[in-house]
Ligand binder design. Sequence first.
Ligand code: DX5
Ligand code: ZN
Length: 217
Amino acid sequence: MTTRINPSILAADWANLEHELDRIASADLVHVDVMDNHFVPNLTFGLQMVERLQEVSPIPLDVHLMIDDPDRWAPAYAEAGAFSVTFHAEAAGEPVSLARRLREIGARAGIALKPGTDATPYLDLLAEFDQVLVMTVEPGFGGQSFIPETMPKLRRVADAVRNAGLDVWLQVDGGITADTIGIAAEAGADTFVAGSAVFGGDVPADRIASLRDAASA
Ligand code: DX5
Ligand code: ZN
């Protein structure tokens, strides 16, 4: 099975991001958390930062938009060259139109579900997306604990993807560590975001390797 490890730069040293990217050279993608202080009660950075990261990063960008009105703002992140752009189902007005627009621009389109959001309305729409992000914490902050109650939803999405014969990546984000990654992998995730578990160690590359091992154990 494919395992992708996407370190979140939310937990990196923002004054040395280019160096931080060097330290995670073995990552599959770099997870970039955009927060607007409206959709979530926290503020990070926006388009200008993502444009600059895109210029310097040898690793493709996996942009996670925790913002209101993604219908309006998300396409610009695809235009900036992000490999994938994931917006929240709870915030999108027309998720299918938005996903189509992102794909037209050339990005992979992702839809994210907060822990309390039911996946049912999206199970028949999976072909419209390249990835589904099942949040395993409430979005907004790094360093929170994995919520195991989200696993039945992940399983349902994984079953629907498999039954439809689709190649939709299943991402989990929040509280992913060497202790929890196996639970999410077993429930069907193939793409794992990890912030503190990667950058919390002295050698992030070792943390990435441990996560990879633990996901397939
Ligand atoms: C939380 C963000 C996550 C965050 C994860 O809202 O979407 O990507 O960086 O951090 P950890 O891995 O520390 O839970
Ligand atoms: Zn995220």
